[in-house]
Design a protein around this ligand. Structure first.
Ligand code: GDP
Length: 423
């Protein structure tokens, strides 16, 4: 039976090409749902010579039949979202969007805390994007959070904001920072955002459940990747919301666990990393440039060079286990074309012991040395599986065997048509 529910997640550190694959799979979906993260993780879509950068809006936005949903698990900066909606309108694209009334709102004091926190984290930091993601997540747990639905209820919003503002102003000041906006400024600004977004804010939990019961096709779109998951990733070098596939149920409010689910893990044919953490297969700086430039591994907003390295199957193996991947989409294979040899890390050497599964201990991860299998390179790629050079097929089939998961999608370029689907 073909699954009506598909979840797409990153199996590495993000930037694996989830935007392209989600856009492809969205073609026959009724809903595309973001269930975690915020505007700290964008996607890029390259369609018919146009490039679209998405921050919060799900990657189904380009299909008119598809309803885009920002689920309760997403952290929403309304200012960023409004700008993104306006940008699509300018390009003649009407955004078919629903926003969960339960999604938490990023407020100016969250961004101020992020700013004041930088410098306090040192080598145990997570490389914050300074968008207020960790502070808004903390507020959710402290129960000081403001939710999208609150912006539509002026009285309740005021009551909640009094508590949240006082608490967070104290935090900003205790960290040596300064909060530039007054209570009144924030209140009126965010009431206005609520008004502008009113027609999109709804009970998405219920709507998605009804769609699920009616047999509609729902695609859940993850942001970031396995090693950034706060529970299963390289804590504390992680993000604030879970990004493994089972969180799709929590971050959307749909009980999808009693149905067959297709879970597609995005694996880039090499690895890139933004921010601090051990990176076991990282290329030394003098070797990193070629791969970085070919793969255009520079931050989308900051332009900062990303760290790059060889494919790490210990990392992917963990993603297969934790997310329950049913298949893998292997991306950016074209970037490896022309390299004389291709390395794949199959295990770590930790104090002379061969380790094939990701350790939880940061000290063990810090000591880990990559153990590589080396493949001969290739000079060109075909456009179907059968026409791929045998060295490429050997490489793909080796990955499948090592991580016990099928590679069903192979991406050979940023465009929709540069894709091999294996049935
Ligand atoms: P995400 O963070 O996983 O969503 O990554 P993005 O969707 O932002 O993708 C990163 C970049 O890789 C974008 O510029 C994509 O257009 C590009 N991309 C995706 N797949 C491929 C591919 O197979 N080959 C090449 N060369 N670029 C790709």
């Amino acid at each position: 039976m073909q699954a009506k529910i598909t979840v797409v997640v990153g199996a590495q550190w993000g930037d694996e090409g989830k935007g392209k694959i989600t856009d492809l799979l969205a073609a026959d979906s009724d809903y595309v749902v973001r269930f975690q993260g915020g505007n700290n993780a964008g996607h890029t879509l390259a369609v018919s010579d146009k490039t679209y950068k998405l921050h919060l809006i799900p990657s189904g936005v380009l299909y008119p039949q598809c309803i885009s949903v920002i689920g309760n698990g997403v952290l929403v900066d309304p200012k960023v979202l409004l700008a993104e909606i306006a940008e699509f309108k300018t390009q003649g694209i009407e955004v078919n969007l629903k926003i969960s009334e339960r999604a938490h709102v990023i407020m100016p004091y969250h961004i101020a805390i992020d700013g004041a926190l930088s410098g306090h984290q040192g080598q145990l930091g997570a490389g914050s994007t300074n968008r207020g993601i960790a502070p808004v997540s903390a507020d959710k747990v402290y129960r000081h959070g403001i939710r999208m639905g609150d912006l539509l209820d002026k009285e309740l919003f005021k009551e909640k904001l009094v508590k949240a503002y006082t608490f967070n102003k104290g935090i900003v000041q205790s960290l040596g920072g300064q909060l530039d906006c007054s209570f009144e400024d924030i209140y009126s600004e965010y009431v206005a955002y609520g008004e502008q977004l009113r027609s999109y804010i709804t009970d998405t939990e219920l709507e998605l459940y009804q769609a699920f019961k009616a047999g509609k096709k729902i695609l859940f779109e993850g942001a970031q990747g396995m090693s950034l998951d706060p529970d299963h990733g390289m804590y504390p070098h992680t993000t604030s919301t879970n990004n493994v596939a089972p969180y799709a149920a929590v971050g959307s409010g749909v009980g999808i666990l009693n149905t067959p689910v297709r879970v597609v893990g995005l694996v880039k044919a090499y690895v890139s990393r933004v921010g601090i953490s051990p990176f076991i297969t990282e290329l030394p700086e003098n070797e990193a440039n070629v791969l970085r430039d070919k793969g255009n591994e520079y931050g989308t907003t900051t332009g900062r060079p990303r760290r790059v390295g060889w494919l790490d199957l210990v990392q992917v193996r963990q993603a297969v286990r934790v997310s329950g991947l049913t298949d893998i989409a292997l991306t950016k294979l074209d970037i490896l074309t022309g390299f004389p040899e291709i390395k794949v890390c199959t295990a770590y050497d930790i104090d002379g012991v061969q380790v094939t599964e990701m350790p939880a201990s940061l000290s063990k991860i810090r000591k880990a040395k990559p153990m590589y299998k080396i493949f001969p390179g290739w000079d060109n790629l075909g456009s179907t599986y059968d026409t791929l050079p045998s060295s490429v097929k050997n490489y793909i089939e080796f990955i499948e065997k090592e991580v016990e998961c099928r590679v069903s999608i192979i991406s050979l370029g940023p465009k929709r048509e540069q894709t091999i689907i294996r049935n």
